[in-house]
Write a protein that binds this ligand. Structure first.
Ligand SMILES: [Zn+2]
Length: 123
């Protein structure tokens, strides 16, 4: 069956690679009063799974089997586990808080704007 445009759009997430985001649940939940409030960049968007990988957040330890033939030492590796996009919120650098974006057309280009302070999120 051919995918229609509508089906593809369903997977369009509210965040994209490079966005500043926070998590709203889990062990790396955003805490504005903490020394490290856990604001990070989106590393990768997994559209088909509706998940994102956030730099340095939601880390899990994975065992790597040694493979001398491939030059792999083995041991424990820390990697970022994908997070459901519903647990990720955009972070606005201008008003320094988690926010939602609305779309606006600026100079004929669709950009995202912070709903709280009106600052443009996209360049
Ligand atoms: Zn803002």
């Amino acid at each position: 069956m051919r995918k229609t445009k509508k089906q593809i759009e369903k997977h369009d997430l509210h965040v994209k690679a490079g966005d500043r985001v926070i998590l709203i649940s889990g062990k790396d939940k955003y805490n504005k009063d903490a020394k490290d409030p856990k604001i990070a960049n989106v590393k990768k968007v997994l559209k088909s799974e509706n998940k994102v990988i956030v730099e340095g957040l939601n880390m899990v330890t994975k065992a790597q089997k040694p493979n001398p033939m491939a030059g792999i030492q083995g041991g424990l590796n820390k990697i970022e586990a994908p997070v459901d996009s519903s647990k990720v919120m955009l972070y606005c650098m201008a008003c320094e808080s988690p926010t939602k974006a609305r779309h606006e057309i600026v100079d004929g280009k669709k950009v995202r704007v912070c709903k709280k302070c009106g600052q443009q999120i996209d360049d």
